[in-house]
Design a protein around this ligand. Structure first.
Ligand code: FAD
Length: 561
């Protein structure tokens, strides 16, 4: 018997039949080909509760569509970022942005499904919930392109302050045809709306604006002005019209500034550069200058903030929907991974500690989704004064808290994938970069909390409406009742309230989420939420739910195996 010998392979050797040392095992299958809507019971139930069962077929169709190719569009649109073209090859200014085809695919899909306009096209009960559900689904695929979608949706109610401008623009802005051509809006089959308020010297404090508007004839609402100045953030500069704030002699006013003049030539709307951003990379956020740009006044002269606030409130609603969706997107990835990946002899999802992390994320996600879907109902046409008052306060409260929860939530979900979560091929890295944005947009945390205080001071009916909604859960859980009573006590004392504002708003949000969940969620979810968030039996990180929580039931509800 000879001694067995080994030989180092050479490059001329034929390839072996199998690379045993490189066999890939224990990796989850890709999460695609599933229906984003039908696998989300929380969203489906909320849609029905909001009176939007009529829109279910549309949500099912979109949910199925998004489980396929669009997931890849999201990756491509963020990998191949927009490119600014200030001039053409002959040296003429063009101020255009070029996008990857995947961006246009995303935009076309969102516009076709009415994410930018459904409640204005079909102003019926549940319309805002119907639209929110679709926005929620689409955000899970790609968030960046929803910036112009959201601004178009939000721009319509602000434009209505000037009926002749609304009559001109609304049919274009509510068209379900996406038309990305750089043409005068009158020649297009659909148009989009942007917003430009923020300047270098002040974003939250728009009173610091320096942009000026000079009348081109008689001044006043609907009249023509020349606008000179700059905006430091103007997202989606390929929109067809922008709502812009600028000073006239009588104060800060709102204007509709189109990309083209009535004679078909380009307006003096000049792109300086595109922002190099942490996330939201598919979306072209720009710096612009107006060099005597033509615009028409929207709403009363000097009433710019009250006019544009209609737009701001709707975008705040969208920040809440977007953050709830960002959490859902990350949750689903984490659960899927944990159900397929094994460590130390069993699936990650079978380990008690991982179950605690996933269940804790799942109840946070359910609370966010339930809250934002309830809020959408208050936006429907023809709702009572009580609902409007509720929306005034609840929009700010929900925007603050749901957006605040997204970054730590997505970080924790990312960690559930281990190292794989940190690399670009998994969407978690993109979701993580996106996570802080809704908190900054449309009123950063402190500004929103101050807005809550302002609303409470000026509109006591909003406080009453908010607590009447919270009280609909009274008697269903004594711990929740005690929590709400304590907030009411806190509110009796307004001394030093600014310093306490974040704490107060957080507790109001938890009270509202708790009240909604005790009414509509399963005992497992409700028990875990109230015990941890309301009664305070919880640590400072996710995965610290107390003993006795039925994690398996919570996870099965969140994303059926
Ligand atoms: C990706 C992206 C896209 C954007 N797109 C647009 C766009 O299309 N159009 C547009 O108009 N804007 C846009 N913005 C701007 C955005 O809305 C502003 O950045 C935001 O409103 C905050 O304004 P600011 O940056 O000037 O911050 P500041 O107002 O300087 O605020 C800085 C910090 O101070 C806090 N703060 C402010 N005032 C107070 C106070 N009184 N008390 C305590 N704390 C306070 C804020 O909460 C914040 O944390 C965009 C921003 C980003 C990041």
């Amino acid at each position: 018997m000879g001694t067995p010998t080994a030989r180092v392979a050479t490059t001329t050797d034929p390839a072996p039949a199998s690379f045993v040392t490189h066999e890939v095992t224990n990796q989850p299958p890709p999460l695609d080909g599933y229906n984003l809507f039908t696998t989300d019971r929380v969203l489906g139930d909320a849609l029905t509760r909001a009176g939007a069962a009529w829109s279910r077929d549309g949500a099912v169709a979109l949910g199925a569509e998004l489980g396929g190719a669009p997931l890849e569009w999201g990756r491509l649109a963020n990998q191949h970022t927009p490119v600014l073209r200030t001039h053409d090859r002959w040296g003429h200014r063009i101020d255009e942005v070029e996008f990857h085809p995947a961006w246009h695919d995303l935009m076309r899909t969102s516009v076709a499904h009415g994410l930018h306009a459904l409640p204005w096209r079909e102003p019926r009960a549940g319309a805002h919930a119907a639209r929110a559900a679709r926005f929620f689904l689409m955000t899970q695929v790609e968030a960046g392109h929803l910036c112009p979608i959201s601004m178009t949706y939000s721009g319509v109610p602000a434009l209505r302050a000037q009926p002749e401008l609304a009559a001109e623009w609304e049919p274009r802005l509510t068209s379900t045809v996406y038309d990305p051509r750089m043409r005068p809006a009158a020649e297009k089959t659909g148009a989009l709306c942007g917003m430009a308020m923020t300047e270098k010297q002040g974003g939250s404090d728009v009173r610091a604006n320096t942009t000026r508007a000079v009348p081109l004839g008689a001044p006043g609402p609907g009249r023509e002005y020349a606008i000179t100045g700059h905006k430091w953030f103007c997202s989606a500069p390929m929109c067809d019209v922008f709502l812009v704030l600028a000073y006239t002699e009588r104060g800060l006013s709102c204007f509709a500034l189109p990309r083209f003049l009535p004679d078909g030539t380009r307006n003096a709307f000049h792109l300086q550069r595109l922002k190099d951003k942490l996330g939201n990379r598919s979306n072209a956020s720009s710096e612009v200058e107006f060099h005597g740009a033509w615009a028409r006044m929207v709403g009363g002269e000097g009433r710019g903030v009250p006019t544009i606030i209609e737009m701001v409130n709707h975008t705040r609603l969208d920040c809440t929907i977007g953050s709830a969706a960002g959490m859902r997107a990350a949750l689903v990835q984490a659960i899927h991974h944990a159900r397929h990946r094994s460590a130390f002899g069993k699936r990650l999802a079978e380990h008690a500690l991982m179950q605690n992390v996933l269940a804790d994320l799942a109840i946070e996600s359910e609370a966010a989704t339930t809250l934002m879907m309830r809020l959408t109902q208050a936006y429907d046409a023809g709702v009572s004064d009580e609902e409007r008052a509720f929306a005034r306060l609840a929009t700010a409260v929900a925007k603050y808290w749901v957006c605040k929860r997204q970054p730590p939530f997505v970080a924790e979900a990312l960690e559930c994938l281990g190292g794989a979560g940190y690399v670009e091929e998994a969407p978690l890295a993109r979701f993580f970069r996106e996570a802080p944005l809704n908190g900054v947009w449309e009123g950063s945390g402190n500004v929103i909390c101050l807005d809550v205080l302002r609303a409470m001071g000026r509109e006591p009916e909003a406080v009453d409406a908010f607590f009447r909604e919270v009280d609909r859960g009274r008697g269903l859980d004594t711990r929740l009742d005690a929590f709400v009573d304590a907030i009411r006590d806190e509110l009796r004392d307004f001394a030093d309230v600014e310093r306490r504002a974040r704490r107060l708003v957080e507790r109001m949000a938890l009270a509202l989420q708790g009240s909604l969940l005790v009414r509509v969620a399963t005992p497992a979810v409700t028990g875990a939420f109230v015990e941890s968030r309301v009664a305070g039996d919880h640590g400072r990180a996710f995965g610290t739910l107390p003993r006795g929580v039925d994690c398996a039931a919570i996870l099965e509800r969140a994303f059926p195996a």
